[in-house]
Design a protein around this ligand. Structure first.
Ligand SMILES: C[S@@+](CC[C@H](N)C(=O)[O-])C[C@H]1O[C@@H](n2cnc3c(N)ncnc32)[C@H](O)[C@@H]1O
Length: 201
């Protein structure tokens, strides 16, 4: 589901960049016990106005980054921003039907996207498919308590069915085959999770 005007203005506000640099970047890095390692190829689902691309590039060391979003305005904005960067490709695509081959990426990131997707379990399965064995999936998201309340319903447009809390998101990731590396939950409102696609022999 696309964002309404108010949510777009929040995620494109300069304060959002400050929060990302001061809070999200160190938090994301702290999720990797031995650092993110060699990230040759990364995917960001639901890239919004491109702040996540910046985080993956500057703080997680992603060399080639593919960013996707459903919203043509945001895809056009991020494409223009990185027009001269050959390491960054921006596409309009749906996280529940990723247009990529199996086992392609070393890292996939979801910065606040699943709470916009009704069938988020399907998106989890797609992320599992496109990650290489041993690859990481880093997620930050908003939970039922944060979006299914009168104030949030008045201000934003979020699906209200099949929403999830931290435990349900962890269960969905485990059901898809992911192994938990690290997780943090804040007041049942939001959480950060790092999981890994296992290497099978
Ligand atoms: C709350 S915004 C977060 C944007 C960005 N990741 C950030 O942290 O600033 C959610 C984004 O997910 C996108 N989105 C929603 N459903 C999607 C889907 N099924 N596939 C791809 N992107 C989706 C929206 O268009 C929006 O840009």
């Amino acid at each position: 589901m696309k964002l309404n005007h108010f949510e777009k203005s929040i995620i494109s506000h300069p304060l959002r960049l400050w929060v990302q640099a001061r809070i999200e970047a160190p938090l994301s890095l702290s999720m990797f016990p031995a650092g993110p390692g060699n990230i040759e190829s990364a995917l960001e689902i639901g890239c919004g106005f491109g702040q996540g691309v910046e985080l993956i590039k500057r703080h997680l060391g992603g060399r080639r980054i593919v960013a996707i979003d459903l919203d043509e305005e945001q895809v056009a904005f991020v494409s223009r921003k990185y027009i001269n960067d050959p390491g960054i490709e921006v596409l309009m695509a749906d996280a529940t039907a990723l247009p990529f081959a199996d086992n392609r990426f070393d890292l996939v990131c979801n910065f606040a996207v699943f709470h916009h997707i009704v069938d988020w379990q399907h998106a989890v399965a797609e992320v599992f498919r496109v990650l290489r064995p041993g690859g990481y999936f880093l997620l930050e998201d908003l939970y039922r308590l944060a979006i299914c309340n009168p104030l949030s319903r008045r201000l934003f447009e979020h699906p209200q069915v099949n929403r999830f809390n931290h435990q349900q998101l962890l269960s969905g990731l485990a059901s898809a085959g992911f192994v938990l590396i690290k997780e943090r939950c804040l007041l049942d409102l939001t959480g950060v999770i790092l999981v890994q696609k296992p290497v099978r022999d």
